[in-house]
Design a protein around this ligand. Structure first.
Ligand SMILES: Cc1cc2nc3c(=O)[nH]c(=O)nc-3n(C[C@H](O)[C@H](O)[C@H](O)COP(=O)(O)OP(=O)(O)OC[C@H]3O[C@@H](n4cnc5c(N)ncnc54)[C@H](O)[C@@H]3O)c2cc1C
Length: 338
């Protein structure tokens, strides 16, 4: 990765006329230089890209602010907005961190909307279906009406195929047991191995439809109709721009252990791309949101009536809610008393 390059400030106000091929300053405006040298938060790179799944990626392609004062991070745009009535003054970075932590603790979120990130993402369509539910982003997707979809389909590895969870209707965490490979002692593959192999064969058959898709578009079927037969494992791409407040909401939901594993991989990549650009905000988000715990009124009541460190059940007949309370106690290292 390229190292930071300081942008030297012009000593005089730039001319108010075209000075670079094709660019012009607005005739009525006065250009005001930065007060101190700046740096590019993306280290002058065109994009930062992290590979995801077998053919996917999350690439950070732009950020606002892109230029920040040397020695600072894009967190400063949040601080600047929060202090709009007072000005930056002589506040120290440690105070900036305190202010950001205060904003996150008290859900004063609009200053976070002053930071934006633009991503280029390639993901299977079944992931895009979940992603698009986050309505506050600006999205522009690859058009399979204008262009032929590339031959890219998601196929998990044999040992990553998950079983349907019995306790959670939406998820599947446990994988099929596909090892050890058949050997002299047990010559037949296990039934779990066979099921996992059947699953991959099923995906292969779905992927083979791509040849029909090409043949039919070649024969004159419109692209907008030919795509109807393709499976949701086919990859799509889009540009996705969102402010930091809503990116944090996206990350809270999609990096969570309840989110589907595949979208978690993309969300984690997104997190890893922006974390060095807004480190104070991401630290506060982990402390007060992502790695924090919410307690309901019923749970607080159970905590208050705990005796000698043993905590009772919550006042509910709902088995699922009770199980969630048990899981919270376990993660807090507390003894359940029922
Ligand atoms: C684990 C998991 C399972 C899910 N399962 C399902 C499912 O089975 N079926 C299903 O349909 N969806 C499902 N979803 C999607 C979920 O219901 C939300 O649509 C998705 O998480 C986006 O959340 P959001 O609305 O907060 O985000 P955004 O759309 O980004 O909105 C952010 C916030 O902006 C505000 N906002 C945005 N648009 C409006 C609006 N039109 N009116 C008022 N306020 C608005 C709201 O405060 C909202 O919380 C699931 C999500 C997760 C994480």
């Amino acid at each position: 990765m390229a190292t930071d390059v300081a942008h030297t400030n012009p000593t005089t106000t730039p001319p108010l006329a075209a000075d670079v091929a094709g660019t012009a300053f607005p005739a009525r405006a006065k250009a005001i230089a930065f007060e101190s040298p700046t740096r590019d938060v993306m280290h002058n790179a065109a994009r930062w890209e992290i590979k995801c799944l077998d053919h996917g990626f999350v690439a950070l392609v732009d950020a606002m602010p892109r230029l920040v004062p040397q020695g600072q991070t894009a967190d400063q745009a949040i601080v600047q907005a929060a202090r709009v009535s007072y000005g930056q003054g002589t506040k120290q970075i440690s105070e900036d961190r305190g202010l950001i932590r205060y904003l996150l603790r008290h859900r004063h979120t609009t200053p976070l909307e002053m930071v934006e990130f633009k991503f280029h993402i390639a993901m299977p369509i079944f992931i895009a279906r979940q992603w698009i539910r986050h309505r506050t982003a600006n999205v522009n997707e690859y058009s399979a009406r204008y262009s032929i979809l590339p031959d890219r389909f998601y196929t998990p590895t044999l040992d990553a195929i998950r079983k349907q969870s019995k306790s959670n209707r939406q998820g599947g965490e446990e994988t099929f047991s596909v090892s050890p490979a058949p050997n002299a002692q047990s010559p037949a593959p296990s039934s779990e191995s066979l099921t996992a192999q059947d699953f991959l064969a099923y995906l292969d058959r779905a992927e083979a439809l791509y040849q029909d898709y090409l043949k039919l578009t070649d024969a004159g079927v419109s692209r907008e109709m030919a795509r109807m037969g393709l499976p949701v494992s086919v990859y799509t791409e889009w540009y996705w721009k969102c402010d930091l407040h809503n990116i944090l909401r996206f990350l809270s939901l999609r990096m969570d252990s309840h989110a589907q594993l595949e979208i978690r991989e993309f969300a984690t990549a997104m997190h890893d791309l922006i974390a060095p650009i807004v480190p104070m905000t991401m630290e506060a988000w982990r402390d007060y949101d992502f790695e924090s715990m919410h307690l309901s009124k019923l749970e607080i009541a159970a905590m208050k009536s705990a005796k000698a460190g043993v905590v009772g059940p919550i006042a509910t007949q709902n088995k699922r809610e009770q199980a969630e309370w048990e899981a919270k106690l376990a993660s807090l290292g507390l003894v359940k008393g029922w």
